[in-house]
Design a protein around this ligand. Structure first.
Ligand code: TYM
Length: 325
């Protein structure tokens, strides 16, 4: 099965990105044809530093590799290296109803957050994302919960295209983990963990052990002292339980029993240990990859070449069907 997903390069990768998306990718890469890219064109819709963009792209490739993506299996590349993404996005813009874009939650949130920069790209962002997926005729898109609405829109656009120009695109399905599809902020567990919020609300993949411990120990918890999963009454502890469970493969029930009568402090201390140990090999691999400058470049070049073969074939077909030759 062909699978597509991506991450924006700006900001650091956090545990939410990992548990919601990247961890699924690692599991999928062996049995599927995977296309994973750095969505640099999407990142231009919100304020960013031009001078830092390439550096953050390199950092994300290193994060992919450190987390366990295998460039000999998955196609790993930079979105802007394959021009067909923007070409297809324009064509899809002509069939996507504007009302669909105006109702997107992410558009509404971002237009509130970036009041001084509500650019057209912020609105048409999901069309570019649909192009990213449809260009490779992907069947499935592994992401966190916040991207589900965009994948649903991709199905709508694919259906409209097929009806108007003939059967061309599959309608891709969302793939989300049962737990961890929406990891919450450590400082405000009613909000999702987000790289654009304050650093102490996120655990970043490459945080040093002391930093991880400090963030977890000061994470917002709920009144009471029992370590129990209850999303409405105990959103803070529930979020930490999800992290504990996903990183140890223990069920939430097992963890609740383990920490019965032990209180939040002991649970948090143990969680800090779990996270520090889980991320240790990531930190080590990152340092290794950072010394191999040309390796990232090679991966992106190879990935670009592999992606282009598929992208060019799709665009040839799309152009013919839309009568643009
Ligand atoms: P981005 O860069 O915001 O996030 C990357 C991935 O991480 C997931 N994620 C989370 N999962 C669980 N809990 C959280 N708190 C959390 N925060 C983020 C996201 O759901 C995502 O899977 N538009 C996309 C990038 C993109 C894309 C695509 C994805 C561009 N084109 C095509 C799939 C297919 C984005 O901004 O993700």
């Amino acid at each position: 099965m062909r699978i597509v997903s991506g991450i924006q390069p700006t900001g650091q990768i956090h545990l939410g990105n990992y548990l919601g998306a990247i961890k699924q990718w690692i599991d999928l890469q062996n049995e599927n044809e995977c296309v994973f890219f750095i969505a640099d064109l999407h990142a231009l819709t919100t304020p960013y530093e031009t001078k830092l963009l390439q550096k953050s792209i390199t950092e994300k490739v290193i994060a992919y590799l450190a987390a366990g993506l295998n460039p000999d299996k998955a196609i790993i590349f930079k979105q802007s290296d394959v021009k067909e993404h923007t070409e297809l996005a324009w064509l899809l813009n002509t069939i996507c109803p504007i009302g669909e874009l105006e109702r997107m939650t992410q558009y509404k949130d971002k237009s509130k957050k970036y009041k001084d920069n509500i650019n057209a790209g912020l609105l048409t962002y999901p069309v570019l994302m649909s192009a990213d997926i449809m260009l490779y005729k992907a069947m499935a898109v592994p992401t966190g919960k916040d991207q589900e609405q965009h994948v649903e829109l991709t199905r709508t656009i694919a259906r409209k295209f097929n009806q108007r120009f003939g059967e061309t695109f599959p309608e891709p399905k969302s793939m989300m983990p049962e737990y961890g599809a929406k990891l919450m902020s450590l400082t405000d567990p009613k909000k999702k963990m987000s790289k654009s919020d304050e650093p102490k609300s996120c655990i970043f993949l490459f945080d040093e052990p002391e930093v991880i411990t400090k963030k977890i120990m000061s994470a917002e918890t709920d009144s009471g002292k029992d370590v129990l999963y209850n999303i409405t009454k105990k959103p803070g502890i529930s979020n930490l339980l999800v992290i504990y469970s996903l990183l140890t493969k223990k069920s939430i029930k097992e963890i609740e029993i383990e920490f019965k009568d032990k209180g939040y402090g002991e649970f948090k201390k143990s969680l800090a240990n779990v996270v520090v140990n889980y991320l240790e090999p990531f930190r080590i691999k990152k340092k290794e990859f950072e010394t191999r400058d040309s390796y990232v470049k090679e991966i992106l070049e190879k990935g670009q070449a592999r992606a282009r073969v598929i992208a060019e074939a799709t665009m040839k077909e799309v152009r013919e069907k839309m009568g643009i030759i």
